[in-house]
Ligand binder design. Structure first.
Ligand SMILES: C[S@@+](CC[C@H](N)C(=O)[O-])C[C@H]1O[C@@H](n2cnc3c(N)ncnc32)[C@H](O)[C@@H]1O
Length: 294
């Protein structure tokens, strides 16, 4: 997602963009993120960080669905796996500030549809589930004229029982369930412009909350080994959405305990987040994350 460039606009126009969360305040400098990308088990690494020191966590753990990582074994027994999830999630709960945000991306497998829900139940003593967001990877929409338009990356499965899986979950956890979000930072224009004047909460702006579906296709790549050398990534834009929804100007320190090849780190860099901490146990993935942030 691009950071908007503001040409010689009036101060009023800039102020109104700022109030919509579209840009970082002029005092913030983009591209100056201080990174701590560490080759360490995240539970051990997080234990060394001070309590209530993190504003925002955006992460995606291994799903235990048999993904072939180069180091990590993604086939633990379900009970042991959920217990492990609670261990790292408890560290996140300790580190998160009272008004912090925690975006947890998980997917399911057709034969294992309960996994995301079991995980949420496992974490219910630690966090309040404030929003459930659906990351839509591909979609087909019928236009008014009857034309069917398909967008995104479609990964077919060969089955007579299961539908192709085109989405994953992003669970938005907070400590209290009362954290205020910058909903309009991801806002979209009204389809029916008469709503702008009709509803006073618009303040005259052509912008409404996008809702809880994020259509984020994977970028088209030519070579997986060279351009996306990891079996289970999320797009940079997914993490960027988390930063913008929490409020770019409210994020001083962001954490991703399962860094992979660093898509959350790139998002932090693009948004000008001052400090980013990431843990990854696989040296190859970590090296790629470091290479990508330059
Ligand atoms: C789903 S992937 C995350 C991918 C990342 N979101 C990206 O876009 O590149 C999970 C990652 O967690 C790493 N991992 C597994 N166990 C870990 C642990 N205990 N501490 C830190 N990293 C771990 C795996 O090596 C894998 O790269």
């Amino acid at each position: 997602m691009r950071v908007p460039v503001i040409p010689s606009q009036s101060k009023g126009a800039l102020q109104s963009l700022l109030s919509l969360g579209e840009v970082r305040p002029p005092s913030a400098s983009l591209g100056t993120t201080a990174f701590d990308l560490l080759h360490e088990d995240c539970v051990r690494g997080m234990a060394k960080l001070p309590a209530a020191s993190i504003d925002l966590v955006v992460t995606s753990p291994p799903y235990n669905l048999g993904i072939r990582y180069s180091e990590f074994s993604d086939r633990a027994d379900r009970t042991g796996y959920l217990r492990w999830c609670k261990t790292w999630a408890a560290e996140i709960a300790r580190l998160l500030k009272p008004d912090g945000s925690f975006f947890l991306n998980v997917g399911a497998a057709p034969a294992n549809p309960m996994f995301p829900h079991e995980l949420v139940l496992e974490l219910r003593d630690l966090f309040v589930l404030q929003n459930t967001i659906h990351w839509i990877k591909s979609i087909s929409i019928e236009e008014q004229d009857g034309e069917i338009v398909s967008r995104g990356h479609f990964k077919p499965i060969n089955s007579h029982r299961f539908l192709n899986d085109c989405h994953e979950y992003i669970f938005y956890f907070t400590k209290t369930g009362r954290v205020e979000l910058n909903r309009l930072a991801l806002g979209v224009p009204y389809q029916d412009k008469t709503n702008i004047a009709r509803w006073s909460h618009t303040g005259g702006h052509d912008r409404r909350c996008r809702g809880n579906t994020w259509f984020i296709p994977y970028e088209t790549i030519q070579s997986r080994d060279k351009e996306r050398p990891h079996p289970a990534t999320f797009p940079v834009e997914l993490a960027e959405n988390g930063i913008r929804l929490h409020g770019v100007e409210k994020v001083t320190t962001m954490l991703d305990p399962f860094l992979g090849i660093g898509n959350s780190a790139i998002a932090a860099q693009r948004c000008g987040v001052p400090r980013f901490i990431g843990f990854e146990i696989d040296e190859t993935y970590l090296a790629e994350a470091k290479r990508r942030i330059g």
